[in-house]
Design a protein around this ligand. Structure first.
Ligand SMILES: Nc1ncnc2c1ncn2[C@@H]1O[C@H](COP(=O)(O)OP(=O)(O)OP(=O)(O)O)[C@@H](O)[C@H]1O
Length: 481
């Protein structure tokens, strides 16, 4: 079999030669061009496994070649070589469809990693006719899902950072997994991190790892998320929750593609594709000074937006079938009259995760696997109603005692619904969420919505409080606190 062929486009003879030699040593065939014109002629003539182009060429910009190649139907990966420190160029090239970039002075180990990654793309099996990847767990064939699949297929052929937005439970993590599974990184790890759930003091150790003895309790060397995801994909979920000092460190790691374990003297190279996700408006967080603009710019190279379930209601029936088959076994559960209509009429603020929960709960109530409308217990809330207003300030506030609050709440706040005749909740998770919502609401109210004080009152960290508030969809009047 012929060796894969690479095209190097650079007008600097020395650099071109260095690249050629490196690639030849990797057992590849290499063509080279010194101008855009020569490059175009070669691209016409051959199918390349990778094109590597400088940004500035005597007769134009490498970016033009990026645009031409990425919009052609050859789907050849094209990477750019950017001048030192010109992060903007890298981002522009990635947005234009570049597979990846490498900065000058070119680090040959990083170049080899990138080339291998590009070569794996041509080995990857082609996507199925309907665009659904083999083994995909993503259900739905609505126009919105078809477009999402097409975008995922395209994004899988690049190493560009992606920022996924979408309501809670709309499938952001699933989409990220899908991109990873279809990418040249599929055989390496996909590591998903919930940035809102890691205590601030542990963040650096969790992300970058540590050396034995770096701090009390560091009994052994340990890898962090970056090392665990090396060669693969690192998903930063709820990225807006990253504290500012950590944002600085993360930006550096992404830009330099190197990390340093706590207690280590040397940095180590890491090859990680970053996918970030949030259900917050990250641009707004930047405006409010909660999120660094430079990191936003770095993460937000390509945006992928997931539609809420209510906007692709055609997918509801196949989703219900697939979820029921998973929960009860194929053909073991069916829907009674009017159930699908009731589900269609519901707004699903918690999207597909909520649908899964609704069906799981309904199955527990269903007789002989037949789910009736009454088994669904859909919430009356519409999306806007998910915001829980605090009780009026004048209401007496009993002292917060978490253990005691597991009993029905006192009259100051309505008791959580759902207690059956035996005084037991008919739906324990929902009941406990409601209890938690009440307690947090009262702590916030008691502290005049000061989150630091409310967290202290409840014996949890501010991060934990914010995380719980987000999870339980509690919005305080001053949301910037
Ligand atoms: N298109 C889909 N087909 C089948 N299952 C789906 C689809 N989209 C999401 N799901 C399922 O819904 C659940 C929630 O999805 P996921 O965790 O990816 O959402 P999310 O947007 O990342 O949630 P959060 O905002 O809470 O982080 C998962 O169990 C996932 O497998």
């Amino acid at each position: 079999m012929a060796a894969p062929r690479i095209l190097v486009v650079d007008d600097e003879a020395d650099l071109r030669e260095l690249l050629e030699i490196t690639l030849l040593k990797m057992g590849l065939d290499v063509d080279s061009a010194a101008t855009l014109r020569q490059a175009r002629a070669l691209v016409e003539e051959h199918d390349y496994a990778l094109i590597l182009t400088d940004m500035r060429l005597p007769d134009g910009l490498g970016l033009e070649l990026v645009r031409e190649v990425s919009s052609s139907n050859k789907a050849t990966p094209i990477a750019v070589i950017t001048a030192y420190g010109s992060a903007e160029n890298a981002v522009v090239a990635l947005k234009a469809g570049a597979f990846d970039y490498i900065s000058k002075p070119v680090a040959l180990d990083a170049l080899r990693v990138m080339v291998r990654s590009a070569l794996k793309l041509s080995e990857a099996p082609p996507a199925a006719q309907d665009g659904a990847a083999p083994g995909s767990r993503m259900i739905g064939s609505s126009p919105a899902m078809q477009s999402l699949r097409a975008q995922i297929g395209r994004l899988a052929r690049s190493n560009a950072p992606i920022s996924i937005t979408g309501e809670s439970g709309s499938g952001k993590e699933l989409a990220a997994r899908e991109i990873h599974a279809q990418s040249s990184r599929a055989l390496r790890s996909f590591v998903a991190v919930n940035c809102g759930a890691i205590p601030e003091t542990l963040m650096e150790a969790e992300f970058f790892g540590y050396r034995k003895g770096a701090f009390t309790g560091a009994a052994d060397d340990r890898d962090g998320f970056f090392q665990a995801a090396n060669g693969g994909t690192l998903m930063l979920d709820e990225v807006a929750d990253l504290p500012l000092p950590m944002q600085v460190k993360l930006l550096r790691a992404i830009q330099e593609r190197r990390v340093r374990k706590i207690g280590a003297t040397n940095e180590e190279p890491v090859d990680v594709r970053i996918i970030s996700a949030t259900h917050q408006d990250l641009a707004r967080c930047v405006e409010q000074g909660k999120f660094r603009q430079d990191l936003f710019y770095r993460l937000n190279v390509i945006e992928l937006s997931l539609p809420p379930l209510r906007e692709r209601i055609d997918d509801l029936a196949p989703l219900v079938d697939a979820i029921l088959a998973r929960l009860a076994g194929p053909g073991q559960a069916t829907l009674g009259a009017g159930v699908l209509d009731a589900l269609r009429a519901y707004s699903f603020p918690g999207n597909i995760r909520e649908l899964e929960n609704v069906l799981e709960r309904a199955l527990a109530f269903a007789n002989d696997g037949v789910i009736e409308v009454g088994d669904l217990s859909l919430k009356a809330a519409r999306p806007g109603d998910a915001v829980r207003e605090p009780a009026p300030a004048a209401a007496p506030v009993p002292p917060v005692e978490i253990a005691v609050e597991l009993e029905p709440a006192p009259a100051a706040d309505p008791a959580p619904p759902g207690l059956g005749p035996a005084g037991l909740p008919s739906n324990l998770p929902e009941y406990l969420s409601q209890v938690e919502r009440d307690i947090i609401g009262r702590a916030l109210q008691q502290t005049n919505f000061n989150r630091t004080q409310a967290a202290a009152l409840l014996g949890i960290s501010v991060r934990q409080l914010r995380y719980q508030m987000q999870k339980l969809e509690i919005v305080a009047p001053d949301d910037s606190a």
